[in-house]
Structure formats: C-alpha cells, structure tokens
Design a protein around this ligand. Structure first.
Ligand SMILES: *Cc1c(COP(=O)(O)O)cnc(C)c1O
Length: 415
C-alpha cells in the first residue's frame, strides 16, 4: 500500500487526498457509497492522449471517447469543451452525447445490434447524419442503406474489420478474433467492395477496428492494424482509419504506467509503413480516429464506501462494506484488481482480509486476501480507479438504489 503511486491520490498527514482535497472532509457531506470523479485527471488524460498522438506524428487525430466507459454528463461536457467526439453504442448514448453538446459530425456509432430506430435517430440528428456508422455486418450495411434511402440521405459508413487476432486480455473483453460476434472478415469486406449496389445510399468513408479492452500487449494491436491498412489499400479513397479503443491502464501498483507513447508510436509507424507509403495515387493521407474509453476515465474516479461491519469466520476475516457488485461489478465480473485505500491511515499493522459487499452472491467481492490496516465499522475506504466501467455497468440488483456520482472541479468545488 505504501508503494502506491497515483496521479491524483496521495496521503498527507494520514489523510487521503484526491487532487490535494481531503476525501474525509468531502465525504462528510455525502451518503456512502458514492462515486467521485476528478475533472483535473480527466483533462490530463485527454490532453496526454492527444499530445502523444501529435508527438508521434499521427495525421489528423480525431478522438471519439467511448461513452460506455462512463457517460456522466458533467464529464462529457468537459470533454466536449476540449474538442472531444464520441463513440456510441446505443440510441441512449447518442442522446447523451448530443445533450453534452457533442456535434454529430464527431460521433461514430459502433455495435453489432443497431436497431432501425437507432439508425434513423443517428441519420436524422444532423443534416449530414453522424460522422460514421461503423458497420459490423453486410446485413447491417443493407439496412443502413434502406433507411438512408427512405430519408433521402446518404449515410457515412466505415466497415469494421474483424482482423482475426487474439488480443491477450480477459476473455469477456476480447473482440477481434474469429468466432467473436464483432466486425466483418477481410474476405467478406473484399466481396462487399465489389457489390456497387450496396453503396447506393451509403458513402464508404473509412475502415475501423477494435480488438478488445484493457490491452497492455501491443503486438495484437499492431498486427490488426496492419490488416486494416492492407484492407484499406483495396478502397480508392478513405477519409479516415479508425483504430478503435482498448488501450490498457495500470490498476495494480506493480503495473507501472500506461504504454501510451509506445501505443501511439506503433500506430503511427504501422499506418505509415502499411498504408501511407503504399496508398493509391492521388489518395490523401487519412485522418486517424481513436475510440479510447478506459484510458480517458479510469483513474479519474474513486468509489467511497463505509465499512458496515467486520466478521471473522474460521481463518478468514471479512470487511463488509456498503458498496456491492451492483454498484461496481469489475472485481466480480472480470476478477479485476482495484486498489483499496483507507481514507484515514492509522498506525496498525496490515492484516490480510477479504473485502466484500452486502449482495447475496459469493461473487460480490472487491478484494481477496488483501493487505489492509485494521479497520472497524464506520471507517471509510476508497476503491481506486473506478472511473471506467464503474457506474456505467452498475445495476439495481437486490433492489438497491443507484448510488450518486459527484464531480470534483479543478478548484476543489463539487460540481
Ligand atoms: C468498448 C469500446 C471502446 C472503448 O474501449 P476501451 O477499452 O474503454 O478503450 C471503443 N470502441 C468500441 C467499438 C468499443 O466497443
């Protein structure tokens, strides 16, 4: 715990601070459990991402933040101000992005199951529709064409390649392999490109990919991107290549820092070598679309929770907290590691405990066999790095009410 080195969390005189603001004082005004997000960390992450793209000579980077990681309106409005676009996967996310003021011309729409209503909504929300429908099957392409025709419009589309790579991440969040439901196989894209009738009411403006989430090994990304570039050479001219999201973040103190620079470097060199240098005569260098979710928000959020009681059962000690897997499911669903820190340090020796929620499932666990100082009922704990796939995956299981989200402004004010 002592080694924990975090961008926004630190201790001062035994008090845990978020951006230099005492979490104990902030928590006095709130009912636990609750989420708290740092605007400062959000801005930092967005700027780091964009700057890293620029420093690595990525041409015309366009950042479409993946709303599904965290669709909090206040955070979205901040991102919009920074010039960020959106990657959406439902009509609900489209409405939320528009509510935050994000322009439809900066919105890409992913997902294998876009309904006719959702497609119509996206085509109708702006004269030119959205920036791109990232198409996941030929069947979907036909449907988008039909709806565009009925509205007298031409839909902008990108074909999402299934590059048949095996991204080394948790099996629930690997999305680029043969047998996964996502994307279109290269041979099917090739066949589809020859069928001119498919493109009467849609305009092919890009190609896209997304091979999974929490990626730390960049080999699969590079291999998939090479496939994407080779496929792109079959098209006369494209406005953009969409490299998807998925860049991993460190959750464990021993994971070090995010490989953002290496990621950008590889994307830049792969596109340069396999597309730009070989592109069809007269074709312009395409823009590069990114769809980061986790990288932008993961370390911006903390979950503050109160210890309800402790319990000893044979050799096992349980710390039962008032947050459950319905409020935050990553630890239960993906066996994800999240650091847990006391809001106030005491001088007791660490003991090994299981930190669990109140839900009637054995899976309802935040940490197993974790070293933690001695805690008692009513002590407050902080679960770190919960900004991505935290609240957005929460539910009302066990008829528990959805918990509140607060945003910490750059001056320490609660927004
Ligand atoms: C989930 C998703 C993302 C974001 O993934 P992260 O791991 O949060 O960066 C981007 N694009 C698509 C198509 C997705 O499904």
């Amino acid at each position: 715990m002592e080694k924990f080195n975090h961008q926004s969390l630190s201790y001062k005189k035994s008090q845990l601070l978020l951006d230099q603001h005492c979490l104990n004082s902030i928590s006095k005004q709130m009912k636990t459990p609750f989420y708290l997000y740092s605007v400062k960390a959000l801005e930092n992450n967005f700027n780091n991402f964009l700057n890293s793209a620029k420093e690595n000579n990525i041409s015309k980077p366009i950042i479409c933040y993946a709303l599904k990681a965290n669709s909090n309106l206040k955070l979205l409005k901040k991102l919009k101000k920074l010039g960020c676009g959106a990657d959406i996967v439902s009509g609900g996310e489209l409405k939320q992005a528009l509510k935050a003021g994000i322009c439809p011309t900066k919105i890409v729409f992913s997902g294998v199951g876009k309904t006719r209503d959702e497609i119509r909504l996206a085509l109708d929300c702006h004269q030119e529709g959205i920036y791109s429908f990232n198409i996941e099957s030929i069947e979907e392409l036909v449907t988008v064409g039909e709806i565009a025709k009925s509205l007298g419009k031409k839909a902008r589309v990108a074909l999402r390649l299934n590059p048949e790579v095996n991204a080394k991440t948790h099996k629930h969040i690997s999305t680029g392999g043969l047998g996964h439901k996502f994307g279109i196989l290269r041979q099917d894209i090739e066949k589809c490109l020859k069928r001119k009738s498919l493109f009467k009411h849609v305009k092919l403006v890009g190609l896209s990919m997304h091979i999974g989430s929490q990626l730390t090994c960049l080999k699969a990304t590079q291999k998939a991107l090479k496939e994407l570039c080779e496929t792109a050479l079959l098209v006369n001219e494209l406005e953009f290549l969409d490299v998807g999201g998925g860049l991993g973040v460190p959750y464990h103190p021993e994971q070090g820092v995010s490989p953002i620079n290496e990621y950008m470097k590889r994307i830049s060199s792969t596109i340069d070598k396999h597309y730009n240098q070989k592109r069809p005569a007269g074709a312009v260098i395409p823009a590069t679309v990114f769809e980061p979710g986790r990288y932008i928000v993961a370390n911006t959020g903390v979950l503050i929770t109160e210890v309800i009681r402790t319990k000893t059962s044979g050799p096992n000690k349980f710390i039962i907290i008032d947050a459950g897997m319905n409020d935050f499911v990553r630890s239960s669903l993906y066996d994800a590691y999240h650091h847990v820190l006391p809001l106030k340090k005491n001088r007791t020796k660490n003991e090994y405990v299981n930190i669990v929620g109140p839900i009637c499932e054995t899976a309802d666990s935040f940490a197993k066999n974790r070293a933690l100082q001695r805690v008692k009922a009513q002590d407050l704990l902080c679960v770190a790095d919960v900004g991505a796939y935290g609240y957005s995956m929460s539910s009302v299981y066990n008829m528990r009410e959805k918990i509140k989200e607060y945003v910490l402004g750059t001056n320490g004010e609660i927004l």
